[in-house]
Write a protein that binds this ligand. Sequence first.
Ligand SMILES: Nc1ncnc2c1ncn2[C@@H]1O[C@H](COP(=O)(O)OP(=O)(O)O)[C@@H](O)[C@H]1O
Ligand SMILES: [Mg+2]
Length: 390
Amino acid sequence: MNSVSKIRLGIIGGGQLGKMLILASRNLGFYEITILDPDPDCPASKIADHHIVERWDSEKGIIELSKMSDIITYEVEHTNVDVLKSLERKGKIVRPSAGVLEIINNKLLQKRFLLENKLPTAGLIKVNPKAEDFRDLKLPVVQKTCRGGYDGRGVLIIKDKEDIEKIFPVDSFLEEKVSIKKELAILVARSTRGEIKVYPLVEMYFNEKNICDMVIAPARVPLSIHRKSEKLAIECIKKLDGVGLFAIEMFLTKDNEVLINEISPRVHNSGHYTIEASKTSQFEQHLRAISGLPLGSTELLIPAVMVNLLGEPGFEGEPVIEGLEKALSVDGLKFHFYSKPKTFPFRKMGHFTVLDKSLKGAISKALKIKKVLKIKSQEARQGWQTGESH
Ligand SMILES: Nc1ncnc2c1ncn2[C@@H]1O[C@H](COP(=O)(O)OP(=O)(O)O)[C@@H](O)[C@H]1O
Ligand SMILES: [Mg+2]
């Protein structure tokens, strides 16, 4: 594309990922953005040009969005593939395509895609297991629901008889339990022209609720593991025929094997560090990839550690940022708040990234600030243990 006037972009979802995508589009300056999100106060609402207040999977909402957009993309996966497919048939552009989303939206289809393409992943043991199937099974195994899972919901590690009683009574499958040494993630982008760029491999850490807590860039693993993961990420996006920015979660096993765990066809929490630490952020890269533009350099300029700021357990209500002064006094700390009007336990409220010439330095600064920077509220919440986590 040699000349560009205005690109009307529709984004399904208006959370923090949507907000950061819009911020990147503002620098480029030639986007008009419409979001589709049921929450009138969602993070992206204040900076989008237009906001359709409807559910992410609403047929009416998606059709309205398509009328206002040259290109449709998404920052959530729980939308309506059938409606997107029918829009594609009418010539509307959806990137990544509805077909790709259909595979990824169903963890069983995703698993089969990986197995059929000989991409390394934990073995599939049984589809729709029933209690009696466990009689002949060697434990542990992992049950995953086909749909609706995120942040560890819909994943059950079955270690003993008691766990068997907890299995989810919905469409699901069992896979081998992996002995994980490290959880890793890698971003890869592919443009409409077929150009591919991969970011450095990073380490991901999760809290007790299985929500991403911290990301370390680059991953502290041997060079051979970096190269292997990059090759796998490239193969994966090519085989999917994906267009856009994808995040691929991987496991480094105790035997130093790299296995693909799951694919996200969108900008991702593991890539927030790229805003400050990379030559091109994941958000700008996604825009370039889906808009027919050349991809930017993925070079890491400086080591970085990203920490998610989750709503502090025990608090619910208008957020109060505790420890901000201390945090902002740290050399190389970049603070991001998503402006959600309400905090609740484990809600993703913001993040910070620490940049430092040495990765060790970045980690130690990040851990120090993680202890003092808290998102609370004026009033304590009763019964917070049952809190949601999105
Ligand atoms: N096969 C497995 N073996 C061991 N642990 C696993 C396996 N699959 C998932 N897990 C653990 O469960 C977490 C959530 O699983 P994942 O498939 O990534 O689901 P989600 O969609 O919730 O992110 C992973 O980050 C990992 O810690
Ligand atoms: Mg995951």
